[in-house]
Design a binder for this molecule. Structure first.
Ligand code: SF4
Ligand code: SF4
Ligand code: SF4
Length: 246
């Protein structure tokens, strides 16, 4: 196991252009679920999808975005899409309505209406999905340290979109889980992206003098520093993140 000195870790962050790690990387626009191919032509910038979202997952571009002004997007690092599910006392996810609420509220069909059942979500056409998650094993704490697993446990489509183990790989000496994104079923909700501790926030928290770390930060901070330091400049965070489907 490679351990980084504080000095080298600081240097890595500097090289990454630490206004934010990966902050120089322009992220792709992730639209709410059901966005059609001709979304920009159909969206009238009315904001109803955002009003309908019970989790405030939908944001709108400001004037600086030019032609994209007032169109909706999702930033999984801030708030993922919860797929209009509510967790019950028994730990089960129940739909909040018959359809995903943003698409149901859209007056022009820029966001299609999608039935809120697991079967429908698992068989949604790729072009209507928000994106797909990609996982970087080199900086994933489960793959590197037999730790974590937050993405797997928090995926609303767990065991279909996110598996605890690659289906057709033999991994010598594996003790814990080894998360694996099943592209066929991942809808790009960003929950894994949101909960992954290999992120800028935890990395920077460890550098703030006198900052008391939360239990979650404390638990992962050292490992996060190590994987980021080892990966070097330019690594994209978090270890699992949503990108647009091609
Ligand atoms: S599917 Fe539901 S939680 Fe997700 S963005 Fe739409 S309204 Fe919000
Ligand atoms: S984006 Fe992540 S959490 Fe969402 S369905 Fe895909 S694997 Fe699961
Ligand atoms: S949440 Fe991030 S670090 Fe943890 S297992 Fe998933 S990808 Fe790896």
């Amino acid at each position: 196991m490679v351990r980084l000195s504080r000095r080298n870790f600081m240097k890595s962050l500097f090289l990454l252009g630490f206004a934010g790690i990966g902050g120089g990387v322009r992220r792709q626009v992730i639209r709410p679920p059901g966005a059609t191919r001709d979304f920009l032509a159909r969206c009238i910038r009315c904001g109803r999808c955002g009003e309908a979202c019970p989790y405030d997952s939908i944001r709108f571009f400001d004037i600086a975005a030019g032609a994209l002004f007032a169109t909706p997007y999702i930033d999984p690092l801030q708030t993922p899409c919860y797929l209009c599910l509510k967790r019950t006392g028994e730990g089960k996810d129940e739909p909040l309505g018959e359809y995903l609420l943003c698409g149901e509220a859209c007056p022009t069909g820029a966001l299609m209406r999608i039935r809120n059942t697991r079967e429908t979500l698992l068989s949604m056409p790729d072009e209507l999905k928000m994106g797909v998650s990609v996982l970087n094993r080199d900086i994933c704490l489960a793959w590197q340290y037999d730790s974590c697993g937050e993405c797997y446990y928090n995926c609303p489509l767990r065991d279909d979109a996110m598996l605890d183990y690659p289906p057709s790989e033999v991994i010598e000496g594996a003790v814990g889980i080894r998360p694996y994104v099943n592209e066929k079923h991942c809808v790009g909700c960003g929950m894994c992206n949101y909960v992954c501790p290999v992120n800028e926030k935890i990395a920077s928290a460890t550098l703030e003098p006198g900052r008391k770390l939360t239990y979650f930060e404390e638990r992962y901070a050292a490992m996060v520093r190590n994987v980021i330091g080892r990966a070097g400049p330019g690594v994209e965070l978090p270890a699992v993140r949503v990108v647009k489907r091609l």
